[in-house]
Each structure stands twice: as structure tokens, then as C-alpha cells.
Design a protein around this ligand. Structure first.
Ligand code: 5GP
Ligand code: ZN
Length: 133
């Protein structure tokens, strides 16, 4: 666990999050400022900065969890499609330096925009309770 890392604190349960899925290796929770309804982040519990710093075995295990959570979201939300996004370095828009995969649900013909929107805590709480895996 890295001291000043907000996602390590979420993984440790030290700061609250709207969890969708958790196992020994990963935790998945709703993005607090979602691009779209159901925008979920999947992180390894063990800290690493980005894709290049994460061990191959961990990455292999994470992507299987990303698939599992995405399949669940598609059915439970439901949504029509989803983007997987994974940013590395500030030049790429990485703002939290603990490796994470975004699952961004897509609906119908809505334009594909990668932009945060202020999250409503009551809505996020209710949504997480409804779709928790
Ligand atoms: P990045 O731009 O680093 O790929 O994505 C970081 C994401 O983490 C952003 O979409 C942002 O809204 C989300 N985020 C930042 N801080 C928190 C937090 O404390 N809780 C949750 N649930 N999401 C966060
Ligand atoms: Zn961390």
C-alpha cells in the first residue's frame, strides 16, 4: 500500500467507495465523476503506477476480472456496449497514479465522449446497490 495513494486507500476500505465487485486481487467501484451511467474502475489491490509497472501475471488476472465485471454491467445496467480505457502518464490523462481500467458503458446512439460529469452521490449509491456483483 502506497501512503498517499487514494486508490490504495479505497482498496483498503479506508475511504468509502461504491463497490461493484471485489475479490482477493481486485476491487471494482463506480467512478465518482462518471463519463456515463455505470462508469466503473477496476484496480489491483496491490499498488503499481501504470500498465508498464504492473507484473504480467497481475495484468493477466486483472483483464479477466475486467471482462467479468463488464459482462455483468452489460446485463445488469443494462448497456448496449462499453469502452475499456486505461491511461498511462499525465500526457495521456492519467490523474490517479495507481493502475486502473475504466469500463465506460455506452447506450444506444449517444455520442462517444470521454468526459467526467459531477457524480450524484445518492444516485451512485443506489446504482451500486442495484448492480453489485
Ligand atoms: P484517470 O484519468 O487517472 O485515468 O482516471 C481517474 C478516474 O478516477 C477519474 O475518472 C476520476 O473521476 C476517478 N476518481 C478520482 N478520485 C476518485 C475517488 O476518490 N473515488 C472514485 N470512485 N473515483 C475517483
Ligand atoms: Zn495505490
Amino acid at each position: 500500500m502506497k501512503n498517499d495513494c487514494i486508490f490504495c486507500a479505497i482498496a483498503a476500505g479506508e475511504i468509502p467507495s461504491f463497490k461493484v465487485y471485489e475479490d482477493d486481487l481486485v476491487v471494482a467501484y463506480l467512478d465518482i465523476n462518471p463519463f456515463t451511467k455505470g462508469h466503473t474502475l477496476v484496480i489491483p489491490k496491490a499498488h503499481s503506477q501504470g500498465l508498464l509497472e504492473t507484473p504480467d501475471e497481475t495484468l493477466a488476472a486483472i483483464i479477466v476480472r475486467v471482462k467479468k465485471v463488464a459482462a455483468h454491467l452489460k446485463a445488469a445496467l443494462p448497456c448496449d456496449g462499453f469502452n475499456i480505457l486505461q491511461n498511462n502518464g499525465e500526457a495521456a490523462g492519467q490523474t490517479v497514479h495507481h493502475v486502473h481500467f475504466h469500463i465506460v458503458p455506452r447506450y444506444g446512439q449517444e455520442p462517444i465522449v470521454f468526459e467526467n460529469h459531477a457524480g450524484n452521490m445518492d444516485e451512485l449509491k443506489a446504482l451500486a446497490a442495484r448492480i453489485r456483483l
